[in-house]
Ligand binder design. Sequence first.
Ligand SMILES: [Zn+2]
Length: 120
Amino acid sequence: MAERSLRGSGIGFQSLESEEGVEFAARAEVAYDCPDGHTTILPFALEAEVPDFWQCRCGAAGVLRGARDPEPPRTRRQRTHWDMLLERRTIGELEDVLSECLELLRARRGDPAEDRPVAV
Ligand SMILES: [Zn+2]
């Protein structure tokens, strides 16, 4: 087995490498506060560029504690089909299109007075 062959090496579990001369990157703990009061603490290497925002576990943007005048995160609101439609047409135009379509539909059914749903 792997364990036995390791023991057989005569070195035991001690690594020949020592930590002498190994320099760990200096770290700093950075705190982010989200609007809901959650705090996220992350270790960053000192030379690392620490972002002004970090997404909290709740999904909100946590703000770097002590950040001066943080740049707000770019929030790209999802455009809905309705938004895109309103970019092309006004409500008045949409109402015209709607009544046109309704007229066509009623004409095709040949029963303009009745407004029953289409049978499935
Ligand atoms: Zn949060």
